[in-house]
Design a protein around this ligand. Structure first.
Ligand code: NAD
Length: 364
């Protein structure tokens, strides 16, 4: 069977969705819907064979399609998903799926009633940097992990278009926050117990452009997620991605999306370190923890190389529709990310940590 899909919202990511659908065997992009006529003109010029529509109603009424990718502004997702589900479409929705858990529950009600499939484009589960950290965590390369730091900084300060308006679903927690939280929850094999968040509008009037989130898991791991779009530096790169993970048999760092980093260990444990108490106490202070390591104490290993590509998200989705795979990004996982985001907002407003209890499971 050839899947005939439409892309709803032909902007930054919608353009990529059309190209991606056209690159997959047994799948085609046969229609595009956008409220902006200029965007539709662009489609007509590049892809004369693709049908174009100004409204979702017209698309669903007139086009012969099996499914849709919703890639319009965040505040449009609820209506577009509900209408598509009622028309019997299988749906890939862009992240964040909804503006709130309540909105997502309404969307899932329509999806469940129609018996269609809904997933959310969390393709950053296939980022190489993340997959490298995940592999080391799962392989216990660092022993018992106690801390993970995932950070992303941009140095030019700008946000654009609707991303600066609250009513459209702007702000960085809705934007990158969804990916960064999803990655940590996807990797963790333990219940989340508490959330603390500092969320700021540093240079934007309406929406957040900085956040620092702490997620405390039952197994003792604390994950810190920090993002800033106005986190200025004179670095050469304008986009900085960093990971740090610490365990009781080593640490690791990984920088950039195609990660460069090391696993770092000590050759001796603390009880074996230099017995010349007097000398080390004078040079390094009473704990001696922050002194210059003796030669040979610190050793490094290369981080593993993980081959992974974003296209795997779509491969999994279409294999799921064909009954050959299990859906990777499940509605209950999407809902949990939204719940964590709501806990973040509550924490930031109240200056306190929020105990986390997932409120309900969503049927897949
Ligand atoms: N997964 C990712 O990595 C990723 C990356 C970028 C954007 N996104 C998500 O994709 C969505 C779009 O973001 P973008 O940066 O491409 O935005 P964009 O502004 O570049 O494009 C959005 C398009 O949707 C159209 N649109 C708005 N309302 C519509 C409606 N009711 N019906 C049809 N078309 C409508 C707009 O005219 C515009 O052309 C957002 O939800 C965003 O969070 C995801």
């Amino acid at each position: 069977m050839k899947y005939r899909y439409a892309v709803v919202g032909y902007g930054f990511i919608g353009r990529r969705h059309v190209a991606t659908l056209k690159s997959i065997d047994n799948v085609d992009c046969v229609a595009v819907c956008d409220t902006n006529p200029q965007r539709l003109e662009e489609v007509r010029e590049i892809y004369p064979e693709i049908e174009i529509y100004r409204t979702i109603d017209q698309l669903l009424e007139e086009s012969d399609i099996n499914g849709v990718i919703i890639s319009a502004n965040n505040n449009q997702h609820k209506e577009l998903v509900i209408k598509s589900a009622r028309a019997g479409m299988d749906i890939i929705c862009e992240k964040p799926a909804a503006m709130s858990v309540a909105e997502f529950d309404e969307m899932m009600e329509a999806v469940d009633q129609a018996g269609v499939t809904l997933t959310v484009h969390q393709q950053r589960r296939f980022d190489k940097d993340f997959q490298t950290i995940k592999k080391c965590y799962e392989d216990r390369s660092l022993g018992d992990v106690y801390t993970i730091k995932s950070s992303l900084y941009g140095y030019n300060g700008n946000m654009h278009d609707w991303h600066v308006y609250k009513s459209e679903g702007g702000g960085m927690l809705y934007d990158w926050g969804v990916h960064l939280i999803d990655q940590i929850l996807y990797m963790m094999d333990s219940p989340l117990k508490a959330v603390f968040a500092d969320i700021r509008n540093v240079i934007n009037k309406e929406v957040d452009d900085y956040f620092n989130i702490l997620l405390r898991f039952e197994n003792g791991v604390t994950a810190e997620i920090e993002l800033g779009t106005y986190y200025l530096s004179d670095q050469k790169d304008w986009f900085e991605r960093h990971w740090y993970m610490g365990g009781n048999t080593g640490s690791m760092y990984a920088n950039k999306f195609d990660p460069e980093g090391k696993i770092v260990r000590t050759t001796k444990l603390l009880e074996n370190v230099n017995e010349d108490q007097d000398k080390s106490a004078k040079s390094y202070g009473p704990t001696r923890s922050f002194g210059v390591p003796e030669p040979g104490l610190i050793v490094t290993e290369d981080i593993p190389k993980v081959e992974t590509e974003h296209i795997e998200f779509f491969e999994n989705y279409f294999a799921t529709l064909a009954g050959k795979a299990e859906l990777l990004v499940k509605p209950q996982e999407v809902r949990k990310v939204l719940e964590v985001m709501e806990a973040c907002w509550k924490s930031a407003e109240t200056f306190s940590s929020v105990a986390f209890e997932p409120s309900m499971e969503v049927k897949v």
